[in-house]
Design a protein around this ligand. Structure first.
Ligand code: SF4
Length: 339
């Protein structure tokens, strides 16, 4: 069964306990128009786990940053519609220069990527020329171009461990992921002080109250969360690792501290588990990424139909950003083989 067919089946047959998606003639019509346009244009839709459920359901491939980078690299489509944020679509373009890459809403940025301006980063690098630069994939092409290797939250520990022990490391842009990696690997690193607004939003006080209410629940968290929350989590992992853990764990109830879009796949793939989104500090929907949510099914349809807005960059920048990205893919394949 192809991913597309699988998604088609899942769309109409949610598991027990799964909240029914709101079905409307307009929504179904959009789904069928998108399927038709995909065939006509030899297009592929790649969607991040933090996208709206409808977008995940219409996508050919849903994954985290590493899985999407690999899917983009494997793609033979003429048109890639990237339902995620700008740095991710840039990543697809870097790996697929001959293909057109469109993002449903060009304003879908990222607070973490924005927290690392290229000029300021170049100035820090100039002060520490001996450092090996490891950048988390959540950064702009201009930061990737200044890095020796890229990592994702799935492969970051192994990537850090692959760097000779006597080489100092500059890690950017996420201070929380960087601090967690220092703990995991025992490597002291120079950390860029960037952060994700979503993963720094969770209320430890409200989570503690939930744990009293649900003593059987396991707290699981993404390493972009703050150290004090991570210290209380029973499982820490990338978005795909959290999904796998919920599916495979004998536990029945989970408090999930990451962007709540992932709950859609968790509910689909582990319909009998109880999932409680970790609450944010404020009475807001701050555990939803406001950038990811700028993409909508309607905008995705328009992007596919009109082949715009397109992601472009100079070939010089693309080549400089491609080298550390390819190094990550090569290293992570190597690490996978040796694991
Ligand atoms: S969840 Fe955080 S890191 Fe991910 S795209 Fe949104 S702002 Fe960026």
């Amino acid at each position: 069964m192809t991913n597309s067919t699988k998604n088609e089946a899942l769309r109409h047959e949610p598991g027990p306990g799964y909240p029914q998606a709101v079905k409307s003639p307009q929504r179904d019509d959009l789904f069928s128009q998108i399927e038709q346009l995909k065939r006509e244009k030899n297009a592929v839709i790649l969607a991040h786990y933090y996208q709206d459920p409808d977008i995940q359901d219409v996508a050919d491939f849903v994954g985290d940053s590493l899985e999407l980078a690999r899917a983009a690299q494997r793609s033979t489509a003429d048109l890639i519609v990237f339902a995620g944020v700008h740095f991710m679509a840039e990543g697809a373009k870097i790996l697929n220069p001959a293909r057109k890459v469109v993002l449903p809403d060009l304003r879908a940025g990222c607070s973490l990527a924005n927290s690392c301006p290229p000029d300021a980063f170049a100035a820090l690098r100039a002060k520490h020329p001996e450092h090996f630069v490891v950048s988390y994939i959540n950064c702009s092409a201009a930061i990737k171009a200044q890095s020796n290797v890229i990592c994702t939250s799935s492969n970051a520990v192994k990537i850090i461990e692959s760097i000779p022990a006597d080489r100092p490391i500059l890690f950017a842009p996420d201070r929380n992921l960087g601090a967690w990696l220092e703990k995991k690997t025992g490597r002291k690193m120079l950390l860029w002080q960037g952060a994700c607004i979503v993963h720094e939003t969770f209320s430890e006080r409200k989570i503690a109250a939930l744990q009293v209410e649900h003593p059987e629940a396991e707290l699981i968290a993404h390493p972009e969360c703050e150290a004090s929350l991570l210290a209380k989590a029973q499982f820490i992992g990338s978005t795909s690792a959290l999904l796998k853990h919920v599916i495979e764990s004998p536990k029945k109830t989970f408090i999930v501290a990451t962007e709540e879009g992932i709950l859609h796949q968790m509910r689909k793939q582990a319909p009998n588990k109880e999932l409680i989104p970790a609450p944010p500090n404020q009475n807001c929907a701050c555990n939803e990424c406001p950038y990811m949510k700028l993409n909508t099914l309607e905008k995705l349809h328009a992007a596919l139909r009109d082949e715009t807005p397109e992601i472009t960059m100079t070939e010089e920048l693309r080549l400089s950003a491609e080298a550390p990205l390819l190094k990550m893919l090569e290293w992570s394949t190597q690490i996978g083989k040796n694991a």
